[in-house]
Design a protein around this ligand. Structure first.
Ligand code: GDP
Length: 366
């Protein structure tokens, strides 16, 4: 599965957010299968209004959304990379995720201690980032010595990874996270970068946790975070973890009513889940039948056989072709039969790059 790790200083609202995310998923258990893999990992349904439309047209009995995982990564404080070092559990957790959701405290509350004694989310983000960069710098400086030696001895493997290591080291020494290497990176370089197992090479989404009254509008703190994120090319979502915790306990109708009184049109969690999905560079394709309409996840750029492989490895191995209808055609023409009659059901082969929203039916050999 695809995983987002939730990080941030203590007392910023990470656990509140994580619990709301997973409680919502648990409450919807009938329609939205949820499971707790470990105490700090939860799978959540990716909200997608297209599912309802497709299911209505296809007269499906059931709707099955696609899912992503969130991991609550506790244990980061100032100085963590020095002294005791980052905890083993922390390192294991952060290395296994594909993207980072960085929660920042943008709410004032004298009853909740701030570890730094003041509300300053931009400074908090820098504190966390600095610890992660220091940890990366230390591990890279240690590892690169051997790799340089082996590369000068013409070791092929070392020669292949060394340029990426040097680039990462140069960035870290300049005080910048290695995720800046992700921009326009070639697939083979991405594999090398991921193989370095660095803490700062994951893409980041900033989540501003505000007081209930600021949920619809944001505040001075969230504006400062937005400026910082924009300068990095990162995205920001404003939520109130306190609201989300309440919403997670309500029925669907109660929820919409409650959100409306706060000037909100959907739970902030939906925004976090969707932004996380985009951060991971994931897209959705659908399968439709009388039994179910189902969403499936693939990486942007995936080809038809890989998409088939998400359903079953046999589908990928025996892939022949995929009948493909775009979401817009399916909805505007009114379903599979009509799309076929209109000549809008394409037969796509092995090289077809799946598009977000495609409705697919695979033909394969068994
Ligand atoms: P973590 O240490 O980052 O996981 O933070 P927690 O989720 O445990 O939250 C720390 C404390 O802040 C708890 O007492 C929460 O109830 C409180 N808290 C979390 N979010 C909010 C919020 O949006 N507003 C207020 N006033 N308190 C919050």
């Amino acid at each position: 599965g695809f995983k987002c790790g939730i990080v941030g200083l203590p007392n910023v609202g990470k656990s509140t957010l994580f619990n709301a995310l997973t409680r919502t998923a648990a409450a919807q258990a009938a329609n939205y299968p949820f499971c707790t893999i470990e105490p700090n990992t939860g799978e959540v349904a990716v909200p997608d209004p297209r599912l309802q439309k497709i299911a209505a047209i296809g007269k499906s009995k059931e709707i099955i959304p696609t899912r992503i995982s969130f991991v609550d990564i506790a244990g980061l404080v100032r100085g963590a990379s020095k002294g005791e070092g980052l905890g083993n559990q922390f390192l294991a957790n952060i290395r296994e995720v594909d993207a980072i959701v960085h929660v920042l405290r943008c709410f004032e509350d004298d009853d909740i201690t701030h570890v730094e004694g003041r509300i300053d989310p931009v400074a908090d983000a820098e504190t966390v980032e600095t610890e992660l960069m220091l940890a990366d710098l230390e591990s890279l400086e240690r590892r690169i010595v051997q790799v340089r030696k082996r590369a000068s001895g013409k070791d092929k493997e070392a020669m292949a990874v060394l340029p990426m290591m040097e680039a990462a080291l140069e960035l870290l020494q300049a005080g910048r996270p290695t995720r800046f290497l992700l921009n326009g990176i070639a697939p083979e370089d991405l594999r090398i970068l991921q193989g370095l197992n660095l803490l700062t090479s994951h893409p980041v989404l900033y989540v501003c946790n505000v007081a209930e009254a600021d949920a619809a509008t944001g505040n001075e703190h969230t504006k400062a975070v937005e400026r910082m994120a924009a300068a990095q090319g990162a995205r920001t979502v404003v939520i109130s973890a306190a609201i989300e915790a309440e919403v997670a306990q309500l029925s669907d109708e109660e929820e919409l009513e409650f959100l409306a009184t706060l000037g909100l049109d959907e739970p902030g969690l939906n925004k976090v889940i969707r932004a996380g999905y985009e951060l991971l560079q994931l897209i959705t394709y659908f399968t439709v039948g009388p039994k179910e309409t189902r969403a499936w996840t693939v990486h942007k750029g995936a080809k038809a056989p890989q998409a088939a492989g998400v359903i079953h490895t046999d589908f990928e191995r025996g892939f022949i072709r995929a009948q493909t209808i775009s979401y817009n055609d399916f909805v505007t023409l009114g379903g599979e039969v009509a799309a076929k009659e209109a000549g809008r059901a394409r037969d796509e082969g092995k090289e077809y790059v799946v598009q977000d929203g495609d409705i697919m039916l695979f033909k394969f050999n068994t």
